[in-house]
Design a protein around this ligand. Structure first.
Ligand code: ASP
Length: 584
């Protein structure tokens, strides 16, 4: 037997028990006549002690052990004289009487510690060593717990977990497909699912009215932070439901997770904002509502004062930072530089300082007399001591800039409590988005999203104004889930494809199977998908989804550990009827 216990479970109650443990040598210290070794496994660390006086051979053997050697020891659980209250096993140690080296190890290329000296590249190359680190193990344990709780919740609510295929045909989530050549159908390709969207809708038509799946999805997108070419969704669909039913079931899931995993009870219904409200108040359709400092529109009040910058723009808006009226020139310059960064790209920042003595100082004093400044302050309900920061320009881009500025001020002012969770629903998204380059509409969500019934007529006359029966769940400024009520009627679906610029032939070619299915009694249905990696990262308090994925890809979509993607041998290419154009 390799072990009687794990390295995380022995404590003072086990004193004088004879035990066998197996694990990795985390580190070893020689102190005079004693050698101490920290033995690590998935469950924790237990201290081993070897005594030169009482067993010199064994102690000498222990001194030869290197980091990450795999060993088995037999010994007696003894009380430590030097206790470590921070460790669950910190009151005991094992006085070893037998040591068996199960395997040696080369010196690892970085330290297996939370604060490791290994850079990202190196850690990814040796991911199996990286995953030995306690913090990585914690992430994967959390991920597993969350997956179990998700399953528990859905199963207890009559959902069925049903697998959908991975070798399919293009799904329209708006990204590029990964494709797989078919050997048996020369010259033809499968596409990997960007999501199981069409299949889950077909399951509704098949009568499986509550479906869920924790499923891999694949999107060939250029690198963006928080994206991976393959990622995991909690994918769901329900039939005979309206938007309200869906919101309540999935709000329930998030509440269940917060309660079971974080011990946080949220009794109230999650707040809801329409897309428009979110944009106007936060400049963002995934607002972080852990703090206020919302945006205010000052367009009408700030125009017509002879200040050309304001008079010539579509929108003027700002935020009010409580108690920041004494910001220095340098601090304001820093904020100006922040919004001028290429990623944000704003032109300039206007400030109004509302000093504690009731006077104003602003960068637009030339055009705004104290009364005019006071009127501006009233828009924000500002009080003496506050600082108003204003940006002007084209509306959507200015809202975006203000959103970034608000978040930056939130961080500076320490408003963002990392230990709270502030979920909300964002509703009533526009159905379509106009693409200036391609001069056509795109579905904001995907082409199966249902327009709001009262807006259907607008599809012919003013498609840009149509609202969707679509919803996103946002937590702490992260979009964790999104979904919609679907179209379940063939004509409407056809109309939607037409609005999106598909010819009838293209629509039939790509999605004929679904439209056909709509002819055989499709029930009203809708669903949602949660980004599981993001949700786990959020619960773990980590910024990157890579830290909660066992084997992630790097920024160029490579797995540098297994060195993939890779060339394939010529005979395989031939079998697949493929020729590589090596010139391009
Ligand atoms: N398939 C959608 C997505 O991946 C989610 C949904 O509409 O249910 O974003």
């Amino acid at each position: 037997m390799y072990r009687t216990h794990t390295c995380g479970e022995l404590n003072i109650k086990n004193i004088n028990t004879s035990v066998t443990l197996s694990g990795w040598v985390q580190r070893s210290r020689d102190l005079g006549g004693m050698t101490f070794i920290d033995l690590r496994d998935r469950y924790g660390i237990t201290q081993l002690v070897f005594n030169m006086e009482t067993n010199s051979n064994l102690c000498k053997k222990a001194r030869k052990l290197g980091r990450e050697y795999v060993i088995q020891v037999e010994g007696m659980v003894t009380e430590r004289s030097n206790k470590n209250p921070k460790m669950p096993t910190g009151e005991i140690e094992i006085t070893v009487n037998n040591l068996n080296v199960l395997n040696s190890s080369e010196l690892p290329p970085f330290t297996i510690e939370d604060e490791t000296d290994g850079g990202e590249e190196l850690r990814m190359k040796y991911r199996y060593l990286d995953l030995r680190r306690y913090c990585m193990k914690e992430s994967l344990v959390l991920r597993n717990m969350m997956a179990q709780e998700v399953r528990k919740y859905f199963v207890s609510n009559d959902f069925l977990e049903i697998e959908t295929p991975v070798l399919i045909k293009s799904t329209p989530e708006g990204a590029r497909d990964f494709v797989v050549p078919s050997r048996m159908n020369a010259g033809q390709f499968y596409a990997l699912p960007q999501s199981p969207q069409t299949f889950k809708q077909l399951l509704m038509i098949a009568g499986y009215d509550r479906y869920f799946q924790i499923v891999k999805c694949f999107r060939d997108e250029d690198f963006r932070a928080d994206r991976q070419p393959e990622f995991t969704q909690i994918d769901c669909e329900m039939a005979f439901v309206e938007q309200e039913d869906i919101l309540s079931v999935f709000e329930g899931m998030v509440k269940h997770l917060l309660k079971e995993i974080k011990g946080i009870n949220i009794e109230d219904r999650f707040p809801r904002l329409t897309y428009r409200e979110a944009m106007e108040k936060y400049g963002n359709d995934k607002p972080d509502i852990r703090f206020g400092m919302t945006l205010h529109d000052m367009t009408s009040i700030a125009k017509g004062k002879g200040f050309n910058v304001f008079d010539s723009v579509e929108y003027i808006g700002g935020i009010c930072a409580d108690g920041c009226s004494e910001y220095s020139r340098k601090q304001i310059d820093e904020l100006t530089d922040f919004i001028k960064r290429p990623q944000i790209g704003a032109k300039g920042l206007v400030y109004i300082k509302y000093h504690s003595d009731g006077t104003f100082k602003s960068s637009i004093d030339k055009f705004f007399n104290p009364d005019a400044l006071k009127s501006c302050a009233e828009v924000f309900n500002a009080k003496p001591g506050d600082l108003i920061l204003i940006i002007a320009g084209e509306k959507e881009s200015t809202l975006n800039t203000l959103s970034e500025l608000r978040l930056e001020m939130g961080r500076k002012m320490d408003f963002i409590n990392p230990n709270t969770y502030a979920p909300l629903w964002v509703l009533d998204f526009p159905l379509l988005e106009w693409d200036e380059e391609e001069k056509r509409f795109f579905a904001m969500h995907h082409p199966f999203t249902s327009p709001r019934p009262e807006d259907i007529e607008l599809l012919d006359t003013d498609p840009g104004k149509v609202h969707a029966n679509a919803y996103d769940m946002v937590i702490n400024g992260v979009e964790v889930g999104g979904g919609s009520i679907r179209i379940h009627n063939q004509e409407l679906q056809q109309k939607m494809f037409k609005t999106l610029g598909f010819t009838e032939e293209e629509a039939n070619d790509q999605f004929g199977f679904l439209m056909n299915a709509f002819r055989y009694g499709a029930p009203p249905h809708g669903g949602i998908a949660f980004g599981f990696d993001r949700l786990v990262a959020l619960f773990a308090g980590l910024g990157s989804i890579r830290d909660v994925i066992a084997f992630p890809k790097n920024n160029s979509g490579r797995d540098i550990m297994i060195d993939s993607p890779a060339n394939i041998p010529d005979n395989l290419l031939k079998e697949l009827s493929l020729k590589i154009n090596r010139e391009s």
